[in-house]
Design a protein around this ligand. Structure first.
Ligand code: FAD
Ligand code: NAG
Ligand code: NAG
Ligand code: NAG
Ligand code: NAG
Ligand code: NAG
Ligand code: NAG
Length: 492
């Protein structure tokens, strides 16, 4: 206990680590007075409710809400030293994977209180607390006519999104969100607080970009920000009669010849079991003040349209709109794969998805969605690297299509059937891309199902590097053994 006495400069009662989560929480309450919350308190309940998907609303023994990086260090030090303790790390709480950021036992560290946003260096850099939501970032940036590469949806968290990659309307121009980080402040397994950037712990800096919670707890991201006038974007909904035209337009859009760094699209096909209805919906952005941008004209020309919100506006406004389109408070599964653009593959995938979702029509609460979007180009070899396994300076990523299956439902008795159907559909999709020779190894962590292995998808070279970084910065394997949630390097 001597260590804690040093940290706090206080004389404390002796605290012993015992094999009880209750005593762990009591010990943390002594170390962090007023920052540890128990079931049936307002803070505890609101923290549990703040998980976006219901399955993640688990009830840990206690929830810690840190107000400083040193609070995070105290929690890590305690849980690392205490043989029985378990820790969950929560950012914005948007992972659909049960257990990723919460658990029914142990301590959950809810970083939401570390949400300060401050503009630095005359707007070139913005410091963002790891527990911020993207809407809190955009609210500040928009006031100054600035933007940054972050979530498209207002409520998504900064911590998970950046450490898993991060796809934004600005990604075609600027890459993944993680590629726009210049520095991360984090707490290591030892409790030490360090900066990881291009010149300090560069190996750790790269590892965190795709390594999520395997190396440390990021407490602050310093991200690049840039001048951004209001731009064109919104959503358009269509009937399923245009399915074929949608796919043709998407294949053409993804042809590298037509690459436009300002154009971004999420093309979705939606099936609602309640009324057996099928529509499609495109969320589109052109990051310049250009109405009817020609890069997106093939999509905006498709008729009939059920709704159309395309307009010039700001990031906050678009992010709020995108949040309205997202089903919340449901059970959910996300699963993902990647392939090189191919019209026949896109057509086959939509065809088998359409058939497979109709077979789930008896699950009345089901909303099934198939989404195609782009994998952004990678940063140049001269720039800081991520761990996603792409080859710097080659830009084949311009050809890459990210396929997301997302299913939402409320009837828990249907969970096993939907998970199994999603998994077998994904296998069928990957069989198509393999047969057509367009399959790509990489799987986006932030859209990966629990039963997928995104870390392994970065490739064996990357996995080897990640293991070296883990051995160096977390020699006792704290983040593998005592932070069980999320995609674990040790299981890849
Ligand atoms: C409605 C919705 C919209 C979305 N929109 C987008 C989008 O536009 N673009 C996109 O790329 N993705 C999007 N996603 C996916 C999103 O990126 C992931 O769900 C992401 O993991 C969410 O981060 P979070 O902090 O909210 O999640 P959490 O569930 O809190 O965390 C996810 C994982 O990251 C770990 N983690 C969180 N914070 C830290 C930290 N500070 N240090 C270390 N590990 C940490 C957690 O332990 C957990 O394992 C969306 C998801 C939803 C549900
Ligand atoms: C929390 O409140 C619920 C409902 O009021 C009650 O059933 C439960 O026993 C309480 N739990 C604790 C640990 O106090
Ligand atoms: C962003 O757009 C919304 C909707 O038009 C507007 O109400 C808001 O004032 C804008 N914000 C800024 C900072 O310009
Ligand atoms: C990188 O980390 C070092 C060591 O903490 C720090 O002095 C430096 O300012 C950091 N660089 C950036 C870009 O934040
Ligand atoms: C953009 O396209 C819409 C629909 O075709 C049309 O009504 C509108 O006039 C166009 N606006 C501009 C500025 O070209
Ligand atoms: C999918 O099914 C709908 C009927 O719900 C049909 O209108 C549509 O044409 C089908 N699309 C494809 C690509 O098979
Ligand atoms: C993707 O396909 C195109 C056209 O078939 C081809 O030119 C390109 O090299 C492929 N890219 C990758 C990464 O396989």
């Amino acid at each position: 206990m001597r260590h804690y006495l040093t940290v706090l400069g206080l004389v404390l009662l002796p605290i012993c680590c015992t094999a009880s989560f209750v005593t762990d929480c009591a010990a943390l309450s002594t170390l962090l007075p007023g920052k540890v919350f128990y079931t049936n308190s307002t803070v505890y309940d609101s923290s549990v409710k703040s998980y976006y998907f219901v399955e993640e609303r688990l009830n840990p023994t206690c929830i810690v809400r840190p107000t400083s990086t040193s609070d995070v260090a105290i929690v890590v030090k305690y849980t690392a030293d205490c043989p029985s303790a378990l820790l969950s790390i929560k950012g914005g709480g948007h992972s659909p994977n049960i257990g990723a950021a919460n658990a029914d036992v142990g301590v959950t560290l809810d970083l939401r209180t570390l949400n300060a946003v401050s503009i630095q260096s005359g707007g070139l850099i913005t410091s963002v607390g790891a527990g911020a939501l993207w809407q809190e970032v955009y609210r500040v940036l928009d006031t100054y006519g600035l933007a940054a590469v972050g979530g498209r949806v207002a409520t998504v968290g900064v911590g998970g999104l950046i450490t898993g990659g991060g796809l934004s309307a600005f990604s075609p121009e600027h890459g993944f969100a993680c590629d726009n980080v210049v520095n991360m402040e984090l707490v290591l397994a030892s409790g030490a607080i360090v900066n990881a950037n291009e010149t300090s712990h560069a190996d750790l800096f790269a590892a965190l970009k795709g390594g999520q919670n395997n190396f440390g707890i990021v407490t602050r991201f310093d991200i690049r920000s840039f001048q951004q006038p209001d731009y064109w974007g919104g959503g358009v909904e269509y009937t399923s009669d245009s399915d074929e035209d949608q796919i043709l337009a998407f294949a053409k859009f993804k042809d590298p010849e037509n690459f436009d760094p300002h154009a971004e699209i999420e093309q979705s096909f939606l099936y609602t079991a309640a009324d057996n209805s099928r529509i499609s919906s495109n969320n589109m952005f052109y990051t310049k003040p250009v109405v009817n941008a020609s890069a997106l004209a093939d999509f905006t020309a498709i008729e009939p349209q059920l709704s159309n919100t395309m307009r010039i506006s700001n990031t906050t406004d678009f992010a709020k709109e995108m949040a309205m389109y997202q089903p919340a408070d449901t059970l959910a599964v996300y699963a993902t794969t990647t392939f090189n653009v191919s019209l026949p593959a896109l057509q086959s995938i939509l065809g088998i998805w359409n058939t497979s979702v109709h077979e789930l029509s008896h699950i009345k609460s089901l909303l099934a969605v198939l989404t195609f979007q782009a994998i952004p180009p990678v940063p140049p070899a001269s720039g800081p690297q991520n761990s996603l396994g792409f080859t710097p300076n080659s830009h084949p990523e311009r050809d890459l299509v990210l396929c997301l299956l997302s299913n939402y439902w409320t009837d828990a008795s249907a969970s096993a059937e939907i998970q199994a159907a999603t998994q077998s559909l994904l296998e069928e999709i990957e069989a198509i891309t393999q047969k057509d020779g367009v399959d790509v190894r990489y799987k986006y962590m932030n859209y990966a199902a629990k039963w997928q292995d995104p870390i392994m998808s970065y490739g064996t070279t990357q996995v080897e590097k990640l293991r070296e970084v883990a051995a160096k910065y977390d020699p006792s394997g704290f983040f593998q053994a005592k932070v069980p949630g999320g995609f674990k390097l040790s299981r890849s």
